[in-house]
Design a binder for this molecule. Structure first.
Ligand SMILES: NC(=O)c1ccc[n+]([C@@H]2O[C@H](COP(=O)([O-])OP(=O)(O)OC[C@H]3O[C@@H](n4cnc5c(N)ncnc54)[C@H](O)[C@@H]3O)[C@@H](O)[C@H]2O)c1
Length: 286
């Protein structure tokens, strides 16, 4: 098995924006063949055009990762198109954030878990037989620093991202114990400068809901203060980690600090997180 992505067929979900788009460019630059997808046709088209301009062969498809049947059909289509699939980057995600457990309605939990957790499970299960058949496979599942550190008003997101970590690490144990030729990586980005916080407001508006003043304020603080690293840099860190065969990639000093904090003070860190939140946003994000 070779860790290099050169000539590999790599699938990237949620490639129409942010980290997914930049992953596509980074993989293109390093000589991979791409299958990119998103629910956003326009963003996806731009990603595909720019990846082709970097010299990559690109297959594109509109795909909602929360739709199990769609993901299964898509996996078969990509395998038929290229004849082989080596890597899947299960990246598509939404923040689902901004409301406390008391405030959030069920739709927030249903949608966030459907996209962030089931999307990852769908992509992994649908592509795994193809990755095994390649003899040189890699599953790369995007969690978050919220895959180990919990924060107020992000309960659905944290549940989904802790879930991605659990699912991915369980998968790794299985593939290791069965000696199957697929590596497994879980990615924990810290704050990356993308559209993810702003997209939450558009999603609320699409559902006919006006964002609350607290949600608007929260989005502004996230965009101004927390989502700092350029997505191109995050993508480089991720593909470097994949090529190094890393089982776990923490992206950014915030992700590494949060990891150390949780391991050092597993029972106490929520008090610190609550205090930081009060300072940044007022009580529980308000
Ligand atoms: N930006 C950050 O600070 C950060 C931090 C930790 C983890 N992450 C994770 O990184 C991943 C990428 O997020 P991003 O920051 O680039 O956000 P982004 O909003 O810029 O990009 C996410 C992409 O996913 C797509 N998408 C949303 N729902 C989808 C669905 N059901 N099916 C297919 N595509 C869908 C969107 O259309 C968008 O193009 C997510 O899983 C996110 O949770 C981001």
């Amino acid at each position: 098995m070779s860790n290099s992505v050169r000539d590999k067929v790599a699938v990237v979900t949620g490639a129409g924006s942010g980290i997914g788009r930049r992953l596509a460019f980074e993989l293109a630059k390093r000589g991979a063949r791409l299958a990119v997808s998103d629910v956003d046709d326009i963003g996806l088209g731009e990603t595909a055009d720019r990846a082709r301009a970097l010299g990559a062969e690109v297959h594109t498809a509109r795909l909602d990762v929360s739709d199990r049947a769609e993901v299964e059909t898509y996996a078969a289509a990509v395998a038929a198109h290229y004849g082989v699939v080596h890597q899947i980057y299960n990246n598509a995600g939404i923040s689902g954030g901004g409301q406390t457990v008391l405030e959030a309605d069920w739709e927030v939990y249903d949608r966030t878990l459907a996209v962030n957790l089931f999307g990852v499970i769908h992509g992994t299960k649908a592509f795994l037989p193809h990755l095994i058949a390649s003899g040189d496979g890699h599953v790369v599942n995007v969690s978050s620093l919220n895959g180990y550190l919990a924060q107020p008003t992000l309960s659905a997101y944290c549940a989904s991202k802790f879930g991605v970590r659990g699912f991915t690490e369980a998968l790794r144990t299985e593939l290791l114990s069965e000696r199957l030729p697929v590596r497994v990586t879980v990615v924990h980005p810290g704050g990356v400068k993308t559209n993810i916080a702003t997209a939450t407001l558009s999603q609320a508006r699409d559902q006919g809901l006006a964002p609350t003043a607290a949600q608007l304020d929260r989005t502004r603080v996230y965009n101004d203060k927390l989502l700092k690293m350029p997505a191109s840099q995050a993508a480089r860190v991720i593909v470097d980690g994949v090529e190094a065969g890393a089982p776990r990639i923490r992206v950014g000093s915030d992700a590494r600090t949060a990891d150390r904090l949780v391991r050092l003070l597993p029972g106490l860190y929520p008090k610190l997180t609550a205090a930081v939140e009060r300072k940044l946003f007022g009580v529980a994000g308000r």
